[in-house]
Design a protein. Sequence first.
Length: 293
Amino acid sequence: MTLPRMQPGQGDIAEARDIVGAVASAFSHQVVGQQHLRETMLVALLGGGHLLIESVPGLAKTTAARVLAASVGGSFRRIQCTPDLLPSDIIGTQIFEADTNSFTTQLGPVHANIVLLDEVNRSSAKTQSAMLEAMEERQTTIAGVEYPIPEPFLVIATQNPVDQEGTYPLSEAQTDRFMLKELVQYPSITDEIEMIDRMDAGRYERDRHPAPVVSLDDVRRVQEIVRSVHLDRALVAYASRLVAVTREPAQHLPSNLARLIEYGASPRATIAFCRSARALAVIHDRGHVVPED
């Protein structure tokens, strides 16, 4: 028997609104513009998924991830992916201690609340697989011992669509592990002028290490509220139909669109739709999902 899902009350939504609002405000205080990136990162964090960002260099991806981690009081690690990066460089390894004649475990940088995988497509397929396994299992295994990754856990991977020489493109199975993909655009002229003004005023130096505005417990609380958001069965069916169209594009789409789809989306896409919609509903101060979500 399936137990009924307890819907969030007005008090729960108000609590989530205050927490999300504080994080969003802290983000905007540090990062000029990029409102869509801010919302996407919040959806991924609160929905319990991971985010793949595609953009050219210099669009504040590292700053955005660092600010998000700082605003929630979480740990942050940045991993610069290179062809010689090993799986053990990410998940951790055992180190022999000569003094004690024994091995000690050193956990890798993936053991953090928010992990930035910069230029993920520059690491080898073997290293990519190790990272994606940690993303899925939310734990690592070193010398047969399992080590859980702290929650909340968000991986933000980036790749540059322009410079593809010497890269290892993510496979369809690997990209399927990400709940969302964001295409970051150049800032507007107004935003770019604001960046220069902030730099001239010395704000970037003063605000390099912002203080947390909420706690990790607050984030976990909002994640709990997100899971309880009401999602009507008709909307679940709608999401399923959208995904099903990608599996038989020739039957449902015009030929100019159908030929753009090489592989249909997996059931993970439907799950991602529903989880993202619930998170977006909470961000927009609602306890239920609407079609626009």
